[in-house]
Design a protein around this ligand. Structure first.
Ligand code: PHE
Length: 464
């Protein structure tokens, strides 16, 4: 890549994959997945989500890897190169810029909440509170006009600091250590949560699907969640894949990242929902606040007799959560900042600074939509919900559809096959399946779900 030295590359083969996994695993799994599952009715949503994960998000992730690695350059040049010099596809380079701003602005708000909770855990603030107090404390915190903005600022400053220094090695090493610890912690918390009173109600919610409640909107949400969770559709992974080595097995490694990501999401579901039912008055469709209300309660209830253990556990968990959020927010900042470096030839420092400042302003609007700006709505949504909607239910599906059309219909099949099979050195028996999904299945599904959401089918059935 032309600005390779600038981005400092990834030191090892594992490093690039880990960075992609770090981008994927984040608040999308531990915070957004339970939120979406809760508001969309539970088990049926999860099954549809897994379906979209396997047959859409994962193949599209592999598609992004393919384009990025083939191009070895920034997004617009990677599309240009792979298309055999068709200039019009250069516009794809704009997708990561626009979406980078949108996604980082609201994601950083929630990342800021995790920082507040990490500090509270450090000060032992969770001890001795009743379940209802966790709910009222969160409501008071998130609607406060100053505190969340301060944490938003800190998170963006941290993200900026890491990206500006270009410490990819730090990210690699950090990810290698953090990921397994996060996994072990989740496993322990799942077990704790399952021992809480009324946990079985939560399990029923997660395991007994009620398909009668499934609508087109449920499908759009499940698809959006699968895309969000794997960071696909915004060409973020394309950016990372330009550092991938030529001997990586893209299909196998894509499958690896998707498996880890799905497991983390399912585990956080198993951690949150049994706990929801043990808090009187809290319902699974509580929305974005769910995780922040249930988790402190799980820690206190599960280790109530051992306050020191409760303290250490909650502190470590929130610190890990902050880190998981950071490895994702870094990738978001990279998306927008890489473009400005290339386009305007500015330094990495300046470019990251400008993006961070704009995201702070936009993020402040998102944060205030939980409090003083609650009543300010656009299309019936507050800023936070609007940004989330635009990213997960609009830009990600559209970006994904374009990636599929590009790889399935525009790119020469020989070029695609050569990239996926590493110039014929890998057998790749799944290649025909991958190509079928990318060429027909995924774009068609996305279009159908969109048309359904727009109400086209209702109009048609009325006409018939
Ligand atoms: N996949 C990330 C998560 O689960 C979020 C993300 C979306 C990261 C888009 C980068 C780009 O938290």
């Amino acid at each position: 890549m032309s600005n390779n030295s600038d981005q400092a590359g990834f030191a090892s083969k594992l490093g690039a994959i880990l960075a992609a996994a770090g981008s994927a695993v984040g608040l999308g799994n531990i915070w957004r997945f339970p939120t979406e599952t809760g508001t969309n009715g539970g088990a049926a949503f999860i099954l549809i989500y897994i379906f979209f994960m396997l047959f859409m998000a994962m193949p599209i992730m592999i598609a992004e890897f393919t384009i990025g690695r083939h191009g070895q350059s920034d997004v617009s040049h990677s599309f240009l190169k792979m298309s055999g010099n068709r200039k019009m596809w250069k516009f794809m380079g704009l997708i990561p810029v626009i979406s980078g701003f949108l996604v980082l602005s609201y994601y950083a708000v929630v990342a800021g909440w995790t920082l507040e909770y990490a500090i509270q855990a450090g000060m032992n603030d969770f001890a001795g509170k009743s379940a209802a107090e966790y709910a009222s404390d969160f409501a008071a915190f998130s609607s406060n006009p100053f505190k969340p903005l301060m944490w938003l600022f800190f998170i963006l400053a941290l993200t900026f600091g890491i990206v500006a220094m270009g410490v990819q090695k730090g990210i690699e090493r950090g990810a290698k250590i953090m990921m397994p610890i996060l996994f072990v912690f989740l496993a322990i918390l799942v077990i704790c949560s399952l021992t809480l009173p009324d946990a079985s109600k939560g399990l029923t919610f997660l395991l007994e699907p009620d398909f009668s409640k499934v609508t087109g909107a449920t499908c759009l949400s499940a698809m959006g969640q699968a895309f969000f969770s794997l960071s696909v559709g915004l060409c973020c992974l394309c950016t990372y894949a330009c550092y991938f080595r030529k001997d990586l097995d893209l299909i196998r490694d894509g499958f690896g990242v998707a498996t880890i990501d799905t497991l983390v999401a399912l585990m956080s579901g198993l951690m949150i929902f049994p706990a929801v039912y043990s808090i009187p008055g809290l319902s699974p469709d509580a929305g974005p606040s769910l995780v922040f209300i249930t988790l402190p309660n799980v820690f206190q209830q599960a280790f109530g007799d051992l306050p020191a253990v409760a303290y250490v556990f909650s502190l470590m968990f929130y610190v890990l959560l902050v880190m998981a959020a950071l490895t994702s927010s870094i990738s978001m900042l990279e998306m927008a900042e890489a473009y400005f470096i290339k386009r305007f030839k500015v330094s990495r420092f300046k470019s990251s600074m400008v993006v961070s400042i704009v995201c702070f302003l936009l993020g402040s609007a998102c944060s205030l939509s939980f409090g003083v700006w609650k009543d300010v709505t656009i299309f019936g949504m507050g800023f936070f919900d609007l940004f989330d909607f635009l990213v997960a239910k609009f830009l990600m599906p559209i970006g994904s559809a374009l990636i599929c059309i590009f790889l399935g219909w525009v790119v020469d099949e020989k070029v695609l096959r050569a990239e996926i099979t590493n110039e014929g050195t890998l057998r790749q028996p799944l290649y025909p399946v991958f190509r079928f999904i990318i060429r027909y299945f995924a774009p068609l599904c996305i279009i159908l779900i969109f048309l359904n959401e727009l109400g086209v089918f209702k109009v048609l059935s009325g006409l018939l």
